[in-house]
Design a protein around this ligand. Sequence first.
Ligand SMILES: *Cc1c(COP(=O)(O)O)cnc(C)c1O
Length: 435
Amino acid sequence: MINSTKKISSTIKAETLKQRDKKHLWHPLTQHKIHPEALPIVKAKGALLYDENGATYIDGIASWYTAMYGHCNPYILEKVQEQMQQLDQIVFAGFTHEPAIRLSEQLIRILPDNQEKIFFSDNGSTANEVGIKMALQYHFNKGEKRNTIIAFEDGFHGDTFGAMSASGLSVYNGPFEDFFIDVQRIPTPNSENIDAVIKQLQEYNKTHKIAAFIYEPLVQGANAMHMYESKYLDQILSICKEHHIITIADEVMTGFGKTGKTFASDYIETKPDIISLSKALTAGFVPMAVTSCTQEIYDAFLDDSIGKAFFHAHTYSANPIACSVASAAIELLETEEFQNNIGRIIHAHKRFDTTIKNHPKIKSTRQQGVIYAIDLDIDMNRYGKKRYEIFDHFMNNGIALRPLGSTIYILPPYVITEEQLQKIYKTIIDVLDIV
Ligand SMILES: *Cc1c(COP(=O)(O)O)cnc(C)c1O
């Protein structure tokens, strides 16, 4: 027995993580036939990732906009360790605990003024799923049958069924479209189409029973960091308010300072009824999500009958350890140090932008807070391969950036140093020579 165990562990040792990965793992968003290999990362600290050979990479997108306070942030780590020794997990139906209570107080303090209640789940998709279900049941509880959701054509809200139905980016959706909930799409507004968008919304409102409108405020992450103006969103939101259409702001990507304000909704006059949060909420430590809502939404679920309650739960809802992470992260966000860091990154992007926006290989650039994107002016027909060449060039130079189509974007952790930021900029300039 002992011998055979020994044998197994020595075989395992001889193989690299890359080889072992291929045996049993199925990665997300990956065509394994074309891309059989994943890069093993063994350590992360601040803005740096370390691979198994000791090479380092600057995490230019904060591991999908999660680790905004830097990987393994020591303050958060300390708080998690304390929490882990105190209370690990407790069912959140019928029980409660201080970490969740404290976090709800912090969130309500920083969220737009009309938000009053906090509902927990595990990831961005489920936060939106919860938001959509809340909106549908809100009308149901009030005795009104409304079954249509409005969403932007190029929006992305996640991969569970409701969230996926609301997502317009079709590459992900093909096999499932026959099973979707009823969603009508409007284009993301701009100066040219806004009147037509408003008209389309009003038309839908005449022919459909619209329950809710879900949107990513100001920046659509998966849609290559597309940015649009708050005044157009405001126009759409006021029509929704007028017709009692529940508005759901998907701030899973935009939340917690990335747009230059705490939430993207802070730029918009008309506040949403429901807000979904995840990603930076738990700073890259553990998965968790939140759906917040107004008192009015919550009140529609209060009744003497149990049937009007919100019967949605995830086993790990409001996990105390995850709550302690989120609490510590919000504390950090509010410090002068982090606010200064955000300001510093915003200005660095601006300066960089003036130096490169007129480059012949660049079609356009845009920025919202610490989010900065460049559209390359290249032939998309030949782009497929180029995208991987660009990706490889970044990685070979120690920069972890993931171009989306012909768009290169940076969304760095707030702790990134000036030197690291300059290295990213310089590598982008070098990449322009190879496209
Ligand atoms: C990432 C993302 C989601 C999905 O979140 P997951 O945690 O990956 O399920 C939803 N909406 C937006 C805007 C996102 O960026």
